[in-house]
Design a protein around this ligand. Structure first.
Ligand code: SF4
Length: 471
């Protein structure tokens, strides 16, 4: 997928000026947040389960080499072939090699974010084969000239029902339908023939289970079940970090994943696929391949932001992020949006290609609070900001301002005087409603919204006054 994360600011402004997108994004501010709240309330001990989830994912990462070797051994014992890809280009090469080996003409795909990293669909089409996305959101984006996904669990959530109705009528050549169920039935009718005529199915993998050599795929649409069992060849692609030690670990993580994502206690479909079709078995692929992708993950594991690899791709951090809620997923310019994308993207595509992403945060820590595997997202973003500063990636004005602030911060008396002056100056800029419409030297802050003016006195002054009056 093309990387345009360097243009985060410009794209964010475009999104803020897009009235239709702003209307479509409202659901992030209500629907998902409410659903998650209801979903986690069902669990007796959500925080205890969350801690268990954190420990499971960390245990997997701490000995990743061992679990990968165990997974490879057990998957091979059940007839599957395990392949490793170092780069996105290698993912595409391996997939095309498998397809050629089995004489594949048509491929059906269920959602795989890793395959977005390597633009696998384009590589397949470039090799003269047909590829059909079967996740409804991905299908919508594919027929809309491969529009990029904007959310990791709902790739087309930025689109309204009306936009999809118009797209289907145009691309399918059918009368326009305005009821969601009718639109879904129409897509199902189109996709069904592809399930029955495809030679190969490609899926992602929510978890790879080391003790059994299985892949676990979580969906709500059954497309992964059909796509991995009807064609004769199944290829599951995912990052190396998705290996978990045991099936029992998966059970714990499954108490967290759907609840954090959509508020469901369990997803509609959870496929656990182990090995190729055995003698006398009706369902399953005759040939099964796993492609475990590094593409920068080893570097993340060795870095100061390694905890980001615990991510189970639930999407809760973006659903709760005030930045994502307002600018949407396309602004982030690559596969992974939101707070987790603000960490993974710079690590996978290079910090110099995504300089603004670690700054796409208010540090309110909503993301850190809701993350089901306790990734300290704002802390990790701050570490990337520190790296940008240390590697001289920030503009001289910002570096000079920070140096000035640090100089004052080391001189508490002077700092107190400067703060007193500063809050009074800001107060004087406020309009009658107590809001600042234009901030000197901070125009970006007030370009899209007003800023509440401070009280006119510093926190220390107010605290001293309150202490004095309570005596
Ligand atoms: S970082 Fe946490 S909240 Fe965000 S997608 Fe990953 S697991 Fe979910």
């Amino acid at each position: 997928m093309q990387i345009s994360s360097m243009h985060f600011k410009a794209r964010a402004h475009e999104s803020l000026d897009n009235a239709q997108l702003q209307k479509n994004l409202v659901k992030f501010k209500t629907k998902f947040v409410t659903a998650r709240r209801t979903g986690i309330a069902e669990l007796d001990d959500f925080e205890g389960t969350r801690e268990a989830g954190r420990a499971i994912r960390q245990r997997g990462l701490d000995n990743l080499d061992v679990w990968l070797a165990t997974f490879e051994r057990n998957a091979a014992a059940r007839g599957a072939t395990v392949l490793f890809a170092q780069t996105p280009a290698e993912v595409n090469r391996l997939v095309l090699g498998i397809a050629c080996h089995h004489g594949v003409r048509k491929i059906i795909k269920s959602k795989s974010m890793v395959s977005e990293e390597s633009a696998l669909d384009h590589a397949i089409e470039g090799a003269g084969m047909t590829v059909v996305e079967t996740d409804l959101g991905e299908y919508i984006l594919q027929i809309n000239d491969y529009e990029p996904p904007s959310h990791i669990i709902g790739p087309a959530l930025h689109k309204s029902k009306e936009e999809v109705a118009e797209l289907f009528a145009r691309k399918h050549g059918t009368p326009r339908k305005d009821v969601i169920e009718e639109l879904t039935l129409e897509a199902r009718g189109v996709l069904r023939q592809h399930y029955l005529t495809a030679d190969m199915g490609i899926s992602g993998g929510n978890f790879f289970v080391a003790e059994t050599g299985s892949v676990v795929i979580v969906t709500n649409e059954c497309n992964a079940t059909l796509g991995t069992t009807l064609p004769k060849v199944h290829v599951a692609i995912s990052g190396i970090e998705k290996v978990v030690p045991t099936l029992e670990d998966v059970a714990t993580l499954m108490r967290l994943l759907p609840r954090s994502a959509t508020g469901q206690s369990i997803s509609n479909y959870v496929d656990i696929l182990t090995g190729t079709k055995g003698p006398g078995e009706f369902h399953g692929a005759e040939h099964m391949y796993f492609i475990l992708v590094d593409s920068g993950r080893s570097d993340v594991l060795a870095s100061e932001v390694r905890e980001a690899l615990r991510c189970i791709r639930c999407g809760a951090c973006m659903n709760h992020c005030p930045v994502y809620q307002n600018v949407g997923g396309h602004s982030y310019g690559w596969v992974y949006p939101g707070p987790i994308g603000a960490i993974l993207t710079p690590m996978y595509v290079g910090l110099e290609n995504a300089l603004e992403l670690p700054h796409a945060s208010t540090f309110c820590n909503q993301c850190g609070v809701v993350c089901p595997v306790k990734i300290p997202l704002p802390d990790l973003q701050r570490k990337l900001r520190e790296r940008e500063f240390a590697e001289h990636y920030r503009p001289w004005s910002e570096r000079a301002a920070l140096r000035l602030w640090a100089w004052f911060a080391r001189r508490p008396k002077l700092y107190a005087v400067a703060s007193r002056l500063g809050v009074r100056l800001l107060r004087s800029l406020a309009g009658p409603q107590g809001m600042i419409h234009k901030l000197p030297f901070g125009g970006e802050w007030t370009r899209q919204r007003d800023m509440p003016a401070p009280a006119g006195r510093t926190f220390r002054e107010l605290y001293a006054q309150r202490k004095g009056s309570s005596r």
